[in-house]
Design a protein around this ligand. Structure first.
Ligand code: SD4
Length: 335
Protein backbone atom coordinates (compact mmCIF):
# COMPACT_ATOMS: atom_id res chain seq x y z
CA UNK A 1 0.00 0.00 0.00
CA UNK A 2 1.14 3.48 -0.71
CA UNK A 3 1.34 5.74 2.26
CA UNK A 4 -0.57 8.95 2.13
CA UNK A 5 1.42 11.42 0.19
CA UNK A 6 3.18 13.89 2.41
CA UNK A 7 3.23 17.58 1.95
CA UNK A 8 5.36 18.67 -0.91
CA UNK A 9 8.01 20.96 0.36
CA UNK A 10 9.75 23.31 -1.93
CA UNK A 11 12.78 25.22 -0.95
CA UNK A 12 14.26 28.00 -2.94
CA UNK A 13 17.73 29.24 -3.58
CA UNK A 14 16.68 32.82 -4.07
CA UNK A 15 14.15 35.27 -2.75
CA UNK A 16 12.15 34.80 -5.92
CA UNK A 17 11.95 31.07 -5.47
CA UNK A 18 11.05 31.50 -1.81
CA UNK A 19 7.96 33.43 -2.87
CA UNK A 20 7.14 30.65 -5.25
CA UNK A 21 7.57 28.09 -2.48
CA UNK A 22 4.79 29.65 -0.48
CA UNK A 23 2.47 29.47 -3.46
CA UNK A 24 3.19 25.83 -4.10
CA UNK A 25 2.92 24.89 -0.43
CA UNK A 26 -0.56 26.33 -0.42
CA UNK A 27 -1.60 23.74 -2.98
CA UNK A 28 -0.32 20.81 -0.90
CA UNK A 29 -1.92 17.61 -2.16
CA UNK A 30 -2.52 18.45 -5.79
CA UNK A 31 0.10 16.85 -8.02
CA UNK A 32 2.54 19.42 -9.34
CA UNK A 33 1.62 19.98 -12.96
CA UNK A 34 3.19 21.75 -15.90
CA UNK A 35 1.84 22.93 -19.22
CA UNK A 36 3.44 21.34 -22.28
CA UNK A 37 6.07 21.45 -23.51
CA UNK A 38 8.08 20.76 -20.38
CA UNK A 39 11.45 19.36 -19.41
CA UNK A 40 12.47 18.14 -15.95
CA UNK A 41 15.81 16.88 -14.76
CA UNK A 42 17.71 15.71 -11.72
CA UNK A 43 19.78 17.83 -9.35
CA UNK A 44 20.69 21.48 -9.27
CA UNK A 45 22.64 21.27 -12.50
CA UNK A 46 19.36 20.29 -14.14
CA UNK A 47 18.50 24.00 -14.26
CA UNK A 48 21.30 24.67 -16.75
CA UNK A 49 20.72 21.41 -18.59
CA UNK A 50 17.03 22.23 -19.01
CA UNK A 51 18.01 25.39 -20.89
CA UNK A 52 19.59 23.24 -23.59
CA UNK A 53 16.42 21.22 -23.91
CA UNK A 54 14.20 24.27 -23.76
CA UNK A 55 15.93 25.92 -26.73
CA UNK A 56 14.48 23.05 -28.80
CA UNK A 57 11.13 22.57 -27.07
CA UNK A 58 10.16 26.25 -27.24
CA UNK A 59 10.44 26.16 -31.02
CA UNK A 60 8.11 23.19 -31.22
CA UNK A 61 11.01 20.73 -31.50
CA UNK A 62 10.97 17.04 -30.69
CA UNK A 63 11.42 15.78 -27.12
CA UNK A 64 14.19 13.42 -28.28
CA UNK A 65 16.26 16.30 -29.68
CA UNK A 66 15.56 18.28 -26.53
CA UNK A 67 16.81 15.66 -24.07
CA UNK A 68 19.95 15.02 -26.10
CA UNK A 69 20.74 18.75 -26.24
CA UNK A 70 19.98 19.12 -22.55
CA UNK A 71 22.12 16.20 -21.42
CA UNK A 72 25.07 17.54 -23.40
CA UNK A 73 25.24 20.62 -21.15
CA UNK A 74 26.48 18.89 -17.96
CA UNK A 75 28.48 16.46 -20.10
CA UNK A 76 30.52 19.43 -21.33
CA UNK A 77 30.72 21.22 -17.99
CA UNK A 78 34.31 21.18 -16.75
CA UNK A 79 33.17 21.85 -13.19
CA UNK A 80 30.92 18.83 -13.17
CA UNK A 81 32.80 15.79 -11.86
CA UNK A 82 29.97 13.32 -12.09
CA UNK A 83 28.88 13.59 -15.72
CA UNK A 84 30.78 13.59 -19.00
CA UNK A 85 34.21 14.89 -19.83
CA UNK A 86 35.33 16.08 -16.40
CA UNK A 87 33.91 13.09 -14.52
CA UNK A 88 35.99 11.50 -11.80
CA UNK A 89 37.75 8.32 -12.88
CA UNK A 90 37.50 4.78 -11.61
CA UNK A 91 40.02 3.45 -9.09
CA UNK A 92 42.52 2.78 -11.90
CA UNK A 93 42.32 6.30 -13.29
CA UNK A 94 40.03 5.61 -16.25
CA UNK A 95 37.10 7.94 -16.90
CA UNK A 96 34.34 5.56 -18.00
CA UNK A 97 30.99 6.98 -19.01
CA UNK A 98 27.47 5.52 -19.02
CA UNK A 99 24.45 6.95 -20.86
CA UNK A 100 21.14 6.01 -22.42
CA UNK A 101 18.32 7.64 -24.35
CA UNK A 102 14.76 6.56 -25.16
CA UNK A 103 12.10 8.04 -27.43
CA UNK A 104 8.32 8.07 -27.67
CA UNK A 105 8.25 5.04 -29.94
CA UNK A 106 10.11 2.86 -27.47
CA UNK A 107 13.37 3.11 -29.40
CA UNK A 108 16.40 3.18 -27.15
CA UNK A 109 20.17 3.28 -27.24
CA UNK A 110 22.89 3.07 -24.67
CA UNK A 111 26.62 3.06 -24.04
CA UNK A 112 28.28 1.61 -20.96
CA UNK A 113 31.78 1.99 -19.54
CA UNK A 114 32.83 3.96 -22.61
CA UNK A 115 36.18 5.76 -22.51
CA UNK A 116 37.67 8.72 -24.39
CA UNK A 117 34.46 10.14 -25.84
CA UNK A 118 33.10 13.34 -24.33
CA UNK A 119 29.40 13.08 -25.24
CA UNK A 120 28.08 9.61 -24.42
CA UNK A 121 24.46 10.70 -24.78
CA UNK A 122 25.00 11.44 -28.47
CA UNK A 123 26.73 8.09 -28.97
CA UNK A 124 23.78 6.40 -27.24
CA UNK A 125 21.45 8.11 -29.69
CA UNK A 126 23.54 6.90 -32.62
CA UNK A 127 23.46 3.34 -31.25
CA UNK A 128 19.67 3.70 -31.23
CA UNK A 129 19.40 5.15 -34.71
CA UNK A 130 22.21 3.50 -36.64
CA UNK A 131 22.52 -0.03 -35.28
CA UNK A 132 20.16 -2.96 -34.72
CA UNK A 133 21.35 -3.00 -31.07
CA UNK A 134 20.41 -1.23 -27.87
CA UNK A 135 23.69 -1.20 -25.96
CA UNK A 136 27.40 -0.99 -26.75
CA UNK A 137 30.01 -1.31 -24.02
CA UNK A 138 33.66 -0.53 -23.39
CA UNK A 139 36.09 -0.50 -26.33
CA UNK A 140 33.35 -1.42 -28.78
CA UNK A 141 31.41 1.69 -27.82
CA UNK A 142 34.49 3.89 -28.25
CA UNK A 143 35.27 2.27 -31.59
CA UNK A 144 31.70 2.82 -32.81
CA UNK A 145 31.84 6.46 -31.70
CA UNK A 146 35.14 7.10 -33.47
CA UNK A 147 33.87 5.42 -36.64
CA UNK A 148 30.97 7.84 -36.53
CA UNK A 149 33.09 10.95 -36.27
CA UNK A 150 33.45 11.45 -32.51
CA UNK A 151 36.82 12.65 -31.30
CA UNK A 152 38.91 10.15 -29.36
CA UNK A 153 40.38 12.22 -26.54
CA UNK A 154 41.76 11.89 -23.06
CA UNK A 155 39.01 12.83 -20.63
CA UNK A 156 40.88 12.84 -17.34
CA UNK A 157 41.25 16.53 -16.46
CA UNK A 158 44.09 17.79 -14.23
CA UNK A 159 41.54 18.53 -11.51
CA UNK A 160 40.03 15.04 -11.67
CA UNK A 161 43.49 13.48 -11.74
CA UNK A 162 44.44 15.43 -8.63
CA UNK A 163 41.32 14.27 -6.79
CA UNK A 164 41.98 10.67 -7.85
CA UNK A 165 45.59 10.82 -6.62
CA UNK A 166 44.36 12.21 -3.33
CA UNK A 167 41.93 9.31 -3.06
CA UNK A 168 44.72 6.84 -3.89
CA UNK A 169 46.53 7.84 -0.70
CA UNK A 170 43.95 5.88 1.28
CA UNK A 171 42.19 4.11 -1.60
CA UNK A 172 39.28 3.51 0.69
CA UNK A 173 36.64 1.92 -1.45
CA UNK A 174 33.46 3.37 -0.10
CA UNK A 175 31.22 4.17 -2.99
CA UNK A 176 29.02 6.55 -1.06
CA UNK A 177 26.94 8.70 -3.31
CA UNK A 178 25.60 12.09 -2.28
CA UNK A 179 27.69 12.01 0.86
CA UNK A 180 27.47 15.77 0.90
CA UNK A 181 23.88 15.55 2.11
CA UNK A 182 24.69 17.05 5.47
CA UNK A 183 25.96 20.21 3.85
CA UNK A 184 23.46 20.28 1.06
CA UNK A 185 22.18 23.65 0.03
CA UNK A 186 19.75 24.12 -2.80
CA UNK A 187 21.37 26.13 -5.54
CA UNK A 188 24.84 24.70 -4.94
CA UNK A 189 25.46 23.72 -8.52
CA UNK A 190 28.22 21.22 -8.64
CA UNK A 191 27.78 18.81 -5.81
CA UNK A 192 25.75 16.14 -7.51
CA UNK A 193 25.66 13.20 -9.74
CA UNK A 194 23.86 11.70 -12.70
CA UNK A 195 21.62 13.77 -14.88
CA UNK A 196 18.34 12.13 -15.74
CA UNK A 197 16.10 14.22 -18.00
CA UNK A 198 12.52 13.77 -19.19
CA UNK A 199 10.79 15.97 -21.76
CA UNK A 200 7.29 16.20 -23.18
CA UNK A 201 7.16 18.20 -26.39
CA UNK A 202 4.33 20.36 -27.72
CA UNK A 203 2.79 17.29 -29.39
CA UNK A 204 2.74 15.52 -26.03
CA UNK A 205 5.42 13.00 -26.99
CA UNK A 206 7.90 11.94 -24.35
CA UNK A 207 11.61 11.14 -24.45
CA UNK A 208 14.29 10.73 -21.80
CA UNK A 209 18.05 10.78 -21.38
CA UNK A 210 20.39 9.75 -18.60
CA UNK A 211 24.16 10.30 -18.48
CA UNK A 212 26.88 9.92 -15.85
CA UNK A 213 30.47 9.08 -15.04
CA UNK A 214 29.04 6.83 -12.34
CA UNK A 215 30.56 6.35 -8.94
CA UNK A 216 33.92 7.97 -8.45
CA UNK A 217 36.68 5.43 -7.77
CA UNK A 218 34.48 2.50 -8.85
CA UNK A 219 36.01 -0.80 -9.91
CA UNK A 220 37.22 -0.68 -13.50
CA UNK A 221 34.41 -2.02 -15.68
CA UNK A 222 31.65 -1.27 -13.19
CA UNK A 223 28.41 -0.20 -14.87
CA UNK A 224 25.64 1.46 -12.93
CA UNK A 225 21.95 1.88 -13.58
CA UNK A 226 22.25 4.95 -15.78
CA UNK A 227 22.80 3.22 -19.16
CA UNK A 228 20.34 0.42 -18.40
CA UNK A 229 16.92 0.86 -19.92
CA UNK A 230 14.32 0.23 -17.23
CA UNK A 231 16.78 0.90 -14.40
CA UNK A 232 18.20 4.40 -14.91
CA UNK A 233 15.57 5.50 -17.42
CA UNK A 234 12.30 4.38 -18.90
CA UNK A 235 9.66 6.15 -20.96
CA UNK A 236 6.39 4.92 -22.37
CA UNK A 237 4.38 7.27 -24.53
CA UNK A 238 1.12 5.88 -23.18
CA UNK A 239 2.04 6.65 -19.57
CA UNK A 240 5.02 8.91 -18.94
CA UNK A 241 8.63 8.48 -17.93
CA UNK A 242 10.98 8.06 -15.01
CA UNK A 243 14.68 8.36 -14.30
CA UNK A 244 16.90 7.70 -11.34
CA UNK A 245 20.02 8.85 -9.57
CA UNK A 246 22.01 7.50 -6.66
CA UNK A 247 23.57 4.11 -6.01
CA UNK A 248 22.86 2.31 -9.25
CA UNK A 249 23.19 -1.18 -7.86
CA UNK A 250 20.01 -0.78 -5.80
CA UNK A 251 18.17 0.74 -8.74
CA UNK A 252 19.18 -2.14 -11.02
CA UNK A 253 18.09 -4.72 -8.44
CA UNK A 254 14.63 -3.21 -8.44
CA UNK A 255 14.42 -2.18 -12.13
CA UNK A 256 13.57 1.19 -10.68
CA UNK A 257 12.51 3.44 -13.54
CA UNK A 258 10.40 0.73 -15.14
CA UNK A 259 8.76 0.16 -11.78
CA UNK A 260 7.89 3.85 -11.46
CA UNK A 261 6.36 3.93 -14.96
CA UNK A 262 4.36 0.77 -14.29
CA UNK A 263 3.03 2.23 -11.05
CA UNK A 264 1.94 5.32 -12.97
CA UNK A 265 0.27 3.03 -15.52
CA UNK A 266 -1.74 1.59 -12.64
CA UNK A 267 -3.02 5.06 -11.83
CA UNK A 268 -0.55 6.42 -9.30
CA UNK A 269 0.67 9.98 -9.59
CA UNK A 270 4.36 10.47 -10.44
CA UNK A 271 4.99 11.49 -6.84
CA UNK A 272 3.29 8.40 -5.42
CA UNK A 273 5.06 6.14 -7.90
CA UNK A 274 8.51 7.53 -7.03
CA UNK A 275 7.74 7.18 -3.34
CA UNK A 276 6.61 3.57 -3.73
CA UNK A 277 9.74 2.65 -5.72
CA UNK A 278 12.03 4.19 -3.10
CA UNK A 279 10.17 2.37 -0.34
CA UNK A 280 10.54 -0.92 -2.20
CA UNK A 281 14.32 -0.41 -2.20
CA UNK A 282 14.30 0.44 1.50
CA UNK A 283 12.09 -2.53 2.38
CA UNK A 284 14.33 -5.00 0.57
CA UNK A 285 17.59 -3.81 2.08
CA UNK A 286 16.86 -1.55 5.04
CA UNK A 287 20.40 -1.59 6.43
CA UNK A 288 22.00 -0.66 3.11
CA UNK A 289 19.31 1.91 2.40
CA UNK A 290 20.15 3.83 5.57
CA UNK A 291 23.57 4.62 4.17
CA UNK A 292 22.90 5.33 0.52
CA UNK A 293 21.02 7.69 -1.71
CA UNK A 294 18.61 6.75 -4.47
CA UNK A 295 16.21 9.23 -6.01
CA UNK A 296 13.53 8.92 -8.70
CA UNK A 297 12.04 11.65 -10.86
CA UNK A 298 8.92 11.08 -12.95
CA UNK A 299 6.41 12.80 -15.19
CA UNK A 300 3.16 11.57 -16.69
CA UNK A 301 1.53 12.42 -19.99
CA UNK A 302 -0.63 15.12 -18.37
CA UNK A 303 2.51 17.00 -17.34
CA UNK A 304 2.15 16.03 -13.68
CA UNK A 305 5.52 15.41 -12.10
CA UNK A 306 7.08 14.31 -8.82
CA UNK A 307 10.19 12.96 -7.15
CA UNK A 308 11.23 11.07 -4.05
CA UNK A 309 14.56 9.97 -2.59
CA UNK A 310 15.88 7.88 0.28
CA UNK A 311 17.94 10.70 1.76
CA UNK A 312 17.45 14.39 2.05
CA UNK A 313 19.20 16.58 -0.48
CA UNK A 314 17.70 15.42 -3.77
CA UNK A 315 16.64 18.27 -6.02
CA UNK A 316 15.20 18.56 -9.50
CA UNK A 317 14.69 21.27 -12.07
CA UNK A 318 11.57 22.07 -14.06
CA UNK A 319 11.39 24.23 -17.17
CA UNK A 320 8.35 25.28 -19.19
CA UNK A 321 6.92 28.38 -20.86
CA UNK A 322 5.98 29.84 -17.47
CA UNK A 323 9.37 29.51 -15.83
CA UNK A 324 12.68 28.24 -17.07
CA UNK A 325 14.76 27.91 -13.90
CA UNK A 326 12.58 26.35 -11.26
CA UNK A 327 14.53 24.24 -8.78
CA UNK A 328 12.58 22.02 -6.40
CA UNK A 329 13.66 20.18 -3.30
CA UNK A 330 12.46 16.60 -3.56
CA UNK A 331 10.84 14.81 -0.65
CA UNK A 332 12.78 12.07 1.06
CA UNK A 333 12.22 9.08 3.35
CA UNK A 334 14.90 10.12 5.82
CA UNK A 335 14.85 13.76 6.88
C1 SD4 B 1 25.50 5.14 -10.89
N1 SD4 B 1 23.34 6.14 -10.66
O1 SD4 B 1 26.46 5.00 -11.63
C2 SD4 B 1 24.71 6.41 -10.99
C3 SD4 B 1 25.35 7.47 -10.18
C4 SD4 B 1 24.44 8.53 -9.69
O2 SD4 B 1 23.79 10.10 -8.22
O3 SD4 B 1 23.35 8.70 -10.11
N2 SD4 B 1 24.72 9.28 -8.72
O4 SD4 B 1 25.19 4.31 -10.04
Amino acid sequence: MLNRRKFITLTAASAYLTTLTDKVLAKTKEPLKSPLPVVISTWDFGVAANQGAWSILKKGGRALDAVEAGARIPEADMKNHSVGRAGYPDRDGHVTLDACIMDEQGNCGSVAAMENIAHPISVARLVMEKTPHVMLAGDGATQFAVENGFKNEKLLTPESEKAWKEWLKTAKYEPTINSENKDYKLGNKYNHDTIGMLALDAKGNISGACTTSGMAWKLHGRVGDSPIIGAGLYVDNEVGGATSTGVGEEVIRNVGSFLVVELMRQGHSPQEACEAAVKRIIKKKPEIAKKIQVGFLAINKKGEYGAYAIQEGFSYAVCNAEKQDLLIKGESFYK
